[in-house]
Design a protein around this ligand. Structure first.
Ligand code: AMP
Ligand code: MG
Length: 182
């Protein structure tokens, strides 16, 4: 499949989580697919969106709500199944042929884990860009930085709510934009 390199799909996942490990019988489920597009030529960041997802193998904890600000009420009102969310990524964002980026390897691995567990084809293609590693290489750092640390080094304000996927995706897009234009 030809690669689509005009716009990069930036993804930031939020998932059910606990202060300690997952309760017995539960597995971490994606609850938000935050995304936006970064136009490689113009640097424009557009089409930001939060796709909220119903957790199928776990329940939302108070800890997770306090980390992400995602409430059970929000999921009840707006969330769709993981399978439907994957279809949106494939159909509306050409996620299987488009270059896509996330901060670290977590998002890449979580798609793999959850798709394998639920028997769903992975909606994400092979052209994954790890912005966390790329940033450390570009700045010749000895350690990879978290997203907030990378923004601070660039003196770019962290906009929106940290740990909301849609806001994280936009902030990650700004870091990748800096890397591509530098
Ligand atoms: P982030 O993109 O940094 O918001 O993190 C993505 C997901 O990783 C979150 O939705 C949680 O499932 C998990 N996570 C991040 N930070 C923590 C934390 N301090 N404790 C437990 N889980 C976390
Ligand atoms: Mg996040």
């Amino acid at each position: 499949m030809a690669k689509q390199l005009d716009k990069i799909l930036i993804i930031d996942l939020e998932a059910t989580c606990w202060e300690d490990k997952a309760p017995v019988g539960m597995e971490s489920d994606i609850i938000e697919i935050g995304l936006c597009l970064l136009d490689v030529q113009s640097g424009e960041i557009s089409d930001s969106r939060a796709i909220l997802v119903i957790p199928e193998r776990s329940e939302l904890s108070e800890f997770c709500t306090s980390l992400t600000t995602i409430t059970q009420q929000l999921l009840d009102e707006q969330a769709i199944s993981f399978k439907e969310a994957c279809n949106i990524l494939k159909k509306e964002y050409q996620s299987q042929s488009r270059a896509w980026a996330s901060f670290g390897a977590y998002d890449y691995k979580q798609f793999q884990r959850q798709c394998n567990s639920l028997g769903i084809g992975n909606p994400m293609g092979p052209s994954h860009i790890n912005v966390k590693t790329l940033f450390a290489l570009k700045r010749k750092l000895t350690h990879e930085q978290g997203m907030a640390g990378a923004l601070a080094l660039l003196e770019i304000p962290l906009e929106g709510t940290h740990h909301r996927g849609v806001d994280d995706a936009k902030n990650i897009a700004k870091i990748l934009k800096w890397i591509l234009n530098e």
